[in-house]
Write a protein that binds this ligand. Structure first.
Ligand SMILES: [Zn+2]
Length: 183
């Protein structure tokens, strides 16, 4: 579990928070990432041996730079409809940056091997806040949450009340936490 902390290594505490617009004090805020075990799963990676010369004699190949394996190509996508769950689906292709010829770089499948490998999985967030007066909230109620977690960073989102004990609220995030810069 990865715990997001401030520069001192402690959880974010005592920041200003708001619950449904009411002021509150942030006692604890954490984002946890569930590691996903992908040990032994094969995956596709750019083929380091791939190269290709297009009709205009422009040379294309796989670069060793991980973040930009095909520097001579531009990757384009366009929506091509919706899947059964209503999510938009996309088609993607690559073109030569100079002449626009469609070029499909080769990918190779590599064995997962025997080592343990983890990738970031589900992300959950939770918060503990103190309100100056007891809000009329109970377990399961949805609230609007925002809090300052750093000098210039605010988080915001929708949470459900997990538990309320007097002025203390324990919240669990619903969906992703938003982040924004504040002046
Ligand atoms: Zn070209």
């Amino acid at each position: 579990m990865k715990r997001v902390t401030d520069d001192q290594g402690s959880p974010f505490t005592n920041g200003r928070a708001e619950i449904n617009g009411f002021p509150a004090v942030l006692r604890d805020f954490r984002i946890e990432v569930e590691p996903m075990d992908v040990s032994g799963l094969s995956r596709f990676v750019p083929d380091p041996a791939w190269s290709f010369t297009d009709a205009q004699h422009h040379f294309h190949a796989t670069s060793l730079e991980d973040d930009q394996p095909w520097p001579t190509l531009v990757r384009l996508t366009k929506g091509d409809g919706f899947d059964d769950d209503g999510r938009e689906t996309f088609v993607a292709w690559s073109e030569c940056k100079i002449c626009g010829e469609q070029v499909e770089p080769n990918m190779i499948e590599i064995d997962g091997g025997n080592w343990r490998r983890y990738e970031p999985g589900d992300v959950t967030w939770s918060a503990e806040v103190l309100t100056p007066f007891a809000l009329e909230l109970g377990g399961g109620d949805m609230v609007s949450f925002r809090a300052k977690i750093q000098a210039k960073t605010e988080v915001f989102g929708v949470a459900t009340v997990n538990q309320r004990t007097g002025h203390q609220l324990s919240l669990i995030g619903v969906g992703k936490i938003g982040r924004r810069s504040t002046a």
